[in-house]
Design a binder for this molecule. Structure first.
Ligand code: HEC
Length: 154
């Protein structure tokens, strides 16, 4: 008799196999890192919306958004930036080959972002007027890396 556990395991393996057929490991890495970037952009967008008055200022929510970016920036990035996944190899990626020529500097960009967002996390609870400086710090760290390592988006 087929147990529920066996059926579940079969279903899981089928799902993994389907995902593998649909996407190569390189495509999965590109999609995963873009998703990470979008979660960062969502959190930065929350701070931006509060700064512009499109969302009411909320000290806790602002701290959470900055804190989320700081945490995301400390994830181990190694597997996401698999060799051979620059935009010459995969036109869906905007990653420049320079990433793999200056890996330490590139990864250092995430450390800079973690530090900027960590500083912002401490300040943004202090009132809506703190948002502008925090946005500048965090946005500068995003932009600094994009300038060197991301091809222009079109
Ligand atoms: C250390 C480098 C680095 C940092 C820091 C960084 N990014 Fe990126 N980002 C990249 C690279 C490289 C790409 C291109 C990835 C690809 O297309 O494969 C990218 C792509 C993106 C994209 C486009 C994703 C897509 O679907 O094409 C967005 C949005 C983005 N980043 C937002 C942000 C935001 C917001 C921050 C800061 C909170 C940030 N990034 C910080 C390197 C960085």
């Amino acid at each position: 008799m087929t147990s529920f556990k066996t059926l579940t395991m079969t279903a899981v393996l089928c799902a993994v196999a389907a995902a593998a057929v649909a996407q190569t490991p390189a495509e999965q890495a590109v999609n995963a890192r873009k998703s990470l970037m979008h979660v960062m952009a969502f959190n930065l967008g929350q701070l931006g919306a509060m700064a512009k008055g499109q969302m009411p200022y909320d000290a806790k929510a602002a701290q959470a958004a900055a804190g989320n970016i700081a945490k995301l920036a400390t994830l181990d990035q190694a597997a996401l930036w698999m060799k051979g996944t620059d935009h010459d190899a995969d036109p869906k990626s905007h990653a420049l080959p320079a990433i793999w020529q200056n890996e330490a500097d590139f990864l250092g960009g995430f450390a800079k972002l973690a530090s900027a967002a960590g500083t912002a996390e401490k300040s943004v609870g202090g009132g809506a007027e703190t948002l502008k400086a925090a946005l500048g710090q965090i946005g500068g760290a995003c932009g600094g890396c994009h300038k060197s390592y991301r091809a222009a988006l079109n």
